[in-house]
Design a protein around this ligand. Structure first.
Ligand code: MN
Ligand code: MN
Length: 473
């Protein structure tokens, strides 16, 4: 039996030396617990209003204007600005006391989520039913998208050049759309005996859209014609208008509390609107920061960050260039590069939490867990850290000490076991400017599903983390 003194020493050493992850709930006082729940209420409303990147941009513009941010292309007055990138990306900034060339702080999240898009020639009929053809966007499990109510959100540019913003399926009075699944009685050969990934194929994700025929029984494609007539009467559309349309199909449900204790949130699009919302709430608290702070919101992360609204575009450079003007600095060649080189950034994106039913894909010592706070992910990628921006020890040291000092509860995460799979974020694209960057975000269960699950405590700690990152010198 160890003596009392030995026991005390063991306890003291263990307390002082070993890394202990903490459940956020254990650390919250009464007041903070209240804050966690009220923060979640506002977050859920944001999720319901911003189901697509375009809607998210609109929400962010409204939020920015309400908090005295000005469109940098309209006015250079004050120190709070925003710039919109083609209605699918946006950046907010608050100019700090220090010169921009000493570096800026950037929190970058993405506004797009996995979904289905309408094809450019979508409308057809088959077996006397009308359908819309879709093309999936991002990493989905196709079986998630059948047999559920779906809403249409998007923009159509009509033949005469006018624009139509479409949103059907969100209002309780609206109709919804659906992709039917085969009855189990007949699914044995065409589904059950196939490989899981082949049981439902992309080309079969067709949206059921109507069943009343055009009255003239001699007419060709009566279901299709009936719908075209309806769309023309209601919106002034013709079939060709689908060509210049971006219609996204998203789950029609609203964000909900999960569990008796209401501690969790279930909703579509939390990847990555959880980090987006936290970043937004963090930057509005900044009025006169020491260092200039930027909340950057990009599109196209789920399909590789390409395109003029993705993280690989030069939007950030353009915005920084305009911030130099706004700050009244005399511009020198190379300033933008210098500012980005000296920047510190957080790639604000989610990570997959330890799934209790599939523990085997995680390595538990290094897996993120729901409820244990903001998740720091040093590297993403797959295999031998391929295609990853591996954050430096120096930068991680700075980040964790800053979080500790400000009582931000954090954990570390890795996307699954070493050889299991993997994924990427925008970190590597921003890292190419030379800035310091690390992934820091909320961990989710059911990531990339139509009903992703987050912990309200983690959502709040994500916000606290970003706020600290903006504030700390
Ligand atoms: Mn993401
Ligand atoms: Mn994702």
């Amino acid at each position: 039996m160890p003596t009392k003194k030995v026991k005390e020493k063991t306890e003291e050493l263990s307390k002082r030396l070993t890394l202990k992850n903490e459940l956020v709930w254990d650390k919250l006082g009464v007041k903070e617990r209240k804050e966690v729940f009220s923060f979640a209420e506002n977050y859920k409303e944001f999720l319901d209003r911003a189901k697509t990147e375009r809607e998210a941009v609109n929400e962010i513009i409204n939020f920015a204007r309400k908090n005295d941010f000005r469109d940098i292309n309209d006015s250079l007055e004050g120190n709070k600005f925003f710039k919109v990138n083609r209605n699918k990306g946006i950046a907010l900034a608050v100019l700090g006391e220090k010169p921009l060339t000493e570096g800026v702080r950037i929190v970058c999240s993405h506004l797009d989520s996995p979904r289905l898009d309408l094809k450019q020639n979508p409308l057809y009929e088959k077996t006397d039913l009308a359908f819309l053809k879709t093309h999936y966007y991002g990493g989905i499990k196709k079986y998630h998208w059948v047999s559920r109510s779906l809403a249409l959100h998007g923009k159509i540019v009509k033949k005469d050049g006018t624009e139509l913003d479409l949103k059907i399926g969100e209002n309780p009075d609206d109709p919804v759309f659906t992709i039917t699944d085969l009855l189990p009685h007949l699914a044995k050969k065409v589904q059950f005996e196939k490989k899981f990934s082949e049981a439902i194929i992309g080309e079969n994700l067709n949206l059921l859209s109507g069943s009343i025929p055009f009255p003239d029984q001699e007419a060709k494609e009566r279901m299709k014609l009936q719908i075209l007539e309806f769309l023309n009467n209601k919106y002034g559309l013709i079939e060709e208008d689908f060509v210049s349309a971006e219609i996204e199909i998203v789950p029609a449900e609203k964000a909900r509390d999960i569990g008796w204790d209401r501690s969790l949130i279930g909703a579509y699009g939390q990847d990555d609107r959880v980090c987006t919302y936290a970043s937004l709430e963090a930057i509005v608290n900044m009025n006169s920061p020491k260092t200039t702070v930027i909340s950057l919101f990009v599109d196209k992360e789920e399909i590789g960050s390409d395109g003029n609204t993705g993280a690989k575009s030069r939007f950030l450079e353009v915005f920084i260039d305009e911030l130099i003007d706004a700050g009244g600095m005399k511009k020198k060649v190379g300033d933008v590069r210098k500012i980005l080189w000296n920047a510190k950034a957080i790639s604000a994106d989610v990570n997959g939490a330890l799934d209790p039913d599939y523990e085997s894909v995680h390595e538990k010592r290094n897996a993120a867990r729901l409820g244990f706070g903001l998740c720091i992910t040093k590297f993403t990628g797959s295999g031998g850290k391929y295609s990853s921006s591996d954050a430096s020890a120096e930068y991680l040291g700075w980040i964790r000490n800053m979080f500790n000092k400000n009582k931000v509860i954090w954990q570390t995460g890795e996307l699954g076991k070493v050889d299991e799979g993997g994924g990427g974020t925008i970190a590597k694209y921003l890292a190419s400017y030379g800035m310091e960057i690390v992934d820091c975000g909320t961990s989710l269960l059911g990531m990339h599903s139509p009903f992703e699950v987050s912990s309200k405590a983690d959502v709040y700690m994500t916000y606290r983390g970003y706020e600290t990152f903006f504030m700390e010198d």
